[in-house]
Design a protein around this ligand. Structure first.
Ligand code: FAD
Length: 295
């Protein structure tokens, strides 16, 4: 059998998906002592997955990861095939026939639903849609978001929730200097949202965001981060957990600082704890949300 993985006959690898996983895998393959040739297949016309369509436009440093990927893409044994949906335009079986190896790096594009009544009412959106919209993702750029109301509720308290809250709270004068889609900037300029609630089922010790994202909330011009003091509570087990983790301790300290803030005259970002969504309420569109206390 002919030798594979040499300059005359590279190991041919098909990589499905052009996000960070696909590109870092391609980079490793191309740097390997086994000589590889990489063909990357991407559903969208443009590469970089969520680095382009997910990471917030006001985080240019993280987005600049794509420069490393561009370097990989310049490699002589790398080819990019955009607008190819594996599973529709070509099957994995077909790829396996043409390549020595197939590497699946197609990300996690689906949303998780809350499974509560009213979730499909107009005005209720998955973060994926809103994030894709302000990032000009081809799947979401035509979406319309009604920002004419005063209150927005974000369910979940990880870094995506922080991105969404920041986009809603940041003045357009600041956002206009970012990579945000022009139409999103125009829509946000008309936004009447003043109260932004970020809601978590569990308590401050279980919040999933990271410290830099939390601290950024205090740096948004005209916005005030707030924590309801009666929701800023801990069980003895939580206290122990906090004491054992310097990172978590710092997060809790920052939240405590926010609990001393008073509502401002601009936009208020309210961290809400121990609230589980029960229903999205409204006749023809979202009018309110119902939560139950978990503690
Ligand atoms: C809103 C948001 C903000 C984020 N912010 C940060 C951040 O600030 N810092 C950070 O480190 N991480 C951040 N992340 C996480 C980071 O973006 C992901 O961890 C990372 O992009 C995952 O890389 P991936 O390659 O596995 O998937 P993806 O980036 O999703 O890439 C998968 C690619 O596969 C393509 N694809 C899907 N199906 C097919 C198919 N059938 N055929 C061909 N192609 C297909 C997709 O179009 C996509 O381009 C954020 C995520 C989100 C959602």
């Amino acid at each position: 059998m002919a030798e594979i993985g040499i300059p005359q006959r590279p190991l041919r690898v098909a990589v499905v998906g052009s996000g960070p996983s696909g590109f870092f895998a391609a980079e490793s393959l191309l740097k390997s002592l086994v000589v590889c040739a990489v063909d990357m297949f991407e559903r969208l016309p443009v590469p970089f997955g969520l680095v382009r369509g997910g990471v917030a436009p006001d985080h240019p440093k993280i987005r600049s990861a794509s420069r490393v990927f561009e370097k990989t893409a310049e490699h002589e044994r790398f080819r990019f095939f955009g607008n190819v949906t594996v599973g529709r335009d070509i099957t994995v079986e077909e790829l396996r026939r043409f390549y020595d190896a197939v590497l699946l790096a197609y990300g996690a594009e689906g949303d998780r639903s809350m499974n509560v009544p009213g979730e499909s009412l107009p005005g209720s959106h998955a973060a994926t849609e809103f994030v894709g919209w302000y990032n000009a993702h081809p799947d979401y750029r035509d979406r319309v978001f009604d920002l004419s109301c005063e209150t927005a509720v974000i369910v979940g308290m990880g870094n995506v929730a922080m991105d969404v809250a920041r986009m809603l709270a940041t003045p357009v004068d600041v956002l206009k200097n970012t990579d945000i889609a022009d139409y999103a900037l125009d829509a946000l300029a008309e936004s009447r949202i003043r109260e932004i609630h970020i809601v978590a089922r569990r308590g401050p010790a279980q919040a999933k965001f990271t410290l830099p994202e939390l601290k950024e909330m205090a740096e948004i011009p005209g916005a005030t981060p707030l924590v309801e003091s009666d929701e800023f509570t801990f069980t003895p087990a939580c206290r122990q957990e906090i004491e054992a983790s310097p990172g978590l301790k710092r997060i809790v300290e920052v939240l405590e600082e926010y609990s001393r803030n008073r509502p401002g005259s601009g936009r208020n970002i309210r961290f809400r704890f121990f609230l589980s969504p029960v229903a999205v309420l409204g006749k023809d569109r979202v009018e309110a949300m119902c939560f139950e206390r978990t503690r």
